[in-house]
Design a protein around this ligand. Structure first.
Ligand code: AMP
Ligand code: ZN
Length: 113
């Protein structure tokens, strides 16, 4: 999609620090990390702006995103982590290409908000 930062990352038009890539999903380090480990996992295709647009036609790639989260956290030795997806500006979403934040490397047990 034109003017989508994450589509540009997928296309290699904007640099990123990738930690994983396959035919459908890419994972890269967040440029403004909120934890020692802060990775964004996205479908390569702009299948949805956010979680509110998940449906039967795009659910398979979203399931694959979670398989990738399980794989990369194991490979990177991140045992305890949080997965977050902000949906809508009021929830803090700034990039309207569905993505899942993986946060770890520090104690996340105290607050969730
Ligand atoms: P959200 O605010 O939930 O939409 O998350 C968007 C995330 O994308 C933020 O945590 C940003 O720091 C991150 N971000 C924006 N631009 C880039 C970029 N070029 N490379 C890596 N992460 C980015
Ligand atoms: Zn996009």
């Amino acid at each position: 999609m034109a003017d989508c930062i994450f589509c540009k990352i997928v296309a290699g038009e904007i640099p990123s620090t990738k930690v994983y890539e396959d035919e459908a999903v890419v994972a890269f380090r967040d440029v403004n990390p909120q934890a020692p480990e802060h990775i964004l996992v996205i479908p390569k295709e702009h299948v949805a702006c956010g979680v509110c647009e998940i449906n039967a036609s795009n659910a398979a790639v979203i399931g694959h995103v979670f398989e990738v989260i399980a794989k990369i956290t194991k490979e990177l030795g991140i045992q305890d982590f949080r997965v977050v997806s902000n949906n809508g500006e009021g929830a803090g979403q700034t990039v309207p290409h569905i993505h899942f934040h993986v946060l770890g490397g520090r104690d996340l047990s105290v607050t969730m908000g």
